[in-house]
Ligand binder design. Structure first.
Ligand code: CA
Length: 535
């Protein structure tokens, strides 16, 4: 994989390129700051121009029309003759259309079952529905954005006046969002934001408490948000006595209730309700549980050409470890797997799983087509600056997070995960939308890789941030939790960093280690995916 190994005398100076596959006719420059024109490699290749770090260099002459291969996949065709040693940037590449979704190889690869990984545990909060939390948080659900200001006001009061009396509760979080009214609530796709909100409220880190603040006149009425049977009957305390038909009771504060006279009476109602929930949450303690109780969402954002070389393969190795331990791992980001779909359908555990993968790709192709774009709209200026020429190159790096295991299940956006092992949770690739949907799916731990750098974090689920390059990890030493950069220089292996991540996950899940985003309180908004019309 490495054209040149840095010598111990001058590690930064030795020219280093990384090729992902022996058939590739381009490689990326690994050195910080890139390499100048005239740089000579041991292979005899000489650079004809400056090539920035992470960007591709032609290893051989590429006549016009030649397929340019990285990861042994055609990421584009040369638009003109490109001599060996040239910088192969996006303007030189013509991107092929997305692969058709018909006749894909289906469940053809049966990954060798790997030996179970036993004996790894973490300290978590066991919930009555069988899930396990990594945090003990009071979450306040809202039916509509109209109540967000009141909720935030109440949360400040709860934090100042109540939380100090309940030391076993980690945090109070308002589940603010922009949905709930002024929307076509009966449109078929409205199911996506509605079930997302419902399932977020049931995230394992909230201990089964569902406290709701509503306005009163909004479109998203509580019975639509939580139809009968959606809140687990966890014990007698939340059961309304309505004869034989026991039903979970919702703790709802309605701001338009006649009993509320003045703003402070609303706040008083919220405080009273919160106190009851805090009482119950405070009685909970961490217990030792097997690593199989982890539900991990993996994601990347601010990707660069190293994402698919260092951080994502290390996450992929860790994904395999988690699957061997019996845990659940979700990978997502439809536009970032679309160009690698031919590598995923063969790994589907069953024909039905492969069909569900194709269904989600097709749904998203149509969704993008309505907006008159395609998956190529995904890549950002930062991705390109980091060396990723187009979405094909980005996708091949992105899917490395999924490791090598069989894909056991597919979730539509906002659905709750019910299977163990590797799961594809279909989401947009937008960082905050993907994180919100993975939270709804039930993740209790989040792993996020970044090359350009993002301070991304979530209030309710710890986010472990992994950098693709050491330069970023050094510059953002108090934002990045793990550096996968040493893989690029050969100082560490993918396996070593994968194991470091696995151990870090157990520590963070147990509350023994705090991630930087939580240390600083850097938390992004919940961002619902609403493909339905706004009225
Ligand atoms: Ca993303």
């Amino acid at each position: 994989m490495f054209d040149s190994t840095p010598t111990s005398a001058a590690p930064a100076r030795s020219p280093l390129t990384i090729r992902m596959h022996e058939r590739d006719n381009v490689a990326i420059v690994a050195n910080d700051g890139g390499l100048p024109a005239g740089t000579e490699f041991p292979s005899g290749l000489t650079l004809c121009e400056h090539v920035p770090q992470g960007h591709k260099v032609a290893l051989v002459d590429l006549p016009e029309g030649t397929p340019v291969l990285r990861y042994n996949v055609t990421i584009g065709y040369a638009r003109k003759d490109v001599p060996a040693g040239s910088w192969v940037h996006e303007r030189l590449l013509k991107m092929p259309p997305a692969r058709a979704l018909d006749n894909l190889p289906i469940a053809t690869v049966k990954p060798e079952p790997q030996p179970p990984l036993e004996g790894y545990t973490f300290e978590g909060y066991q919930n009555l529905d069988g899930s396990v939390g990594t945090r003990n948080i009071l979450a306040i659900t809202q039916t509509v954005q109209c109540v967000a200001g009141v909720t935030d006001f109440a949360v400040q009061r709860i934090k100042q006046e109540l939380l100090p009396m309940y030391p076993n509760v980690d945090e109070v979080v308002a589940l603010d969002h922009t949905y709930g009214c002024g929307v076509a609530i009966d449109a078929p796709d409205a199911i996506v934001p509605i079930r997302t909100l419902r399932n977020i409220s049931l995230n394992p880190n909230f201990g089964g408490e569902v406290m709701v603040i509503r306005l009163g006149c909004e479109k998203l009425q509580p019975q639509r948000l939580f139809p009968p049977g959606t809140i687990p009957l966890i014990d007698e305390r939340n059961v309304a006595d309505i004869g034989d038909n026991a039903e979970a009771r919702l703790d709802v504060v309605c701001l338009q209730d006649d009993r509320h006279v003045g703003f402070m009476s609303m706040i008083d109602s919220i405080m009273t309700q919160a106190e009851e929930c805090l009482e119950r949450l405070n009685a909970r303690r961490r217990e030792t549980v097997p690593a199989s109780e982890l539900v991990v969402g993996v994601q990347c954002g601010g990707s660069d050409a190293f994402s698919g070389v260092t951080a994502n393969p290390a996450v992929g190795f860790c994904t395999d470890l988690l699957v061997r331990a019996g845990a659940t791992v979700m990978f997502s980001e439809v536009t970032e797997v679309r160009d690698a779909i031919h590598l995923l359908t063969p790994r589907a555990a069953t024909k039905e799983v492969a069909e569900a993968l194709v269904r989600e790709m097709r749904w998203y192709d149509d969704y993008l087509a309505k907006g008159e774009v395609d998956r190529g709209a995904n890549t950002t200026p930062g991705n390109k600056k980091g060396g990723l020429s187009n979405i094909i190159e980005k996708s091949l790096g992105s899917v490395a997070k999924s490791g090598t295991s069989a894909i056991n299940a597919v979730l539509a956006p906002g659905e709750k995960v019910r299977q163990r092992g590797l799961v594809f949770a279909a989401t947009p690739a937008s960082d905050f939308v993907c994180g919100t949907l993975q939270m709804a799916a039930g993740m209790n731990l989040h792993v996020f890789t970044t090359g350009r750098g993002t301070p991304y974090g979530l209030a309710a689920v710890p986010v472990i941030k992994v950098s693709t390059r050491s330069e970023l990890a050094k510059r953002w030493n108090d934002l990045i939790d793990l550096d996968a950069g040493p893989i690029a220089t050969g100082e560490k292996t993918i396996e070593q960093v994968g194991w470091e991540l696995f151990q870090l996950m157990l520590d963070v899940a147990s509350g023994r280690k705090q991630v930087w985003a939580d240390r600083w309180g850097l938390h992004n908004d919940l961002t619902l995916f609403n493909p339905a019309p706004v009225t």
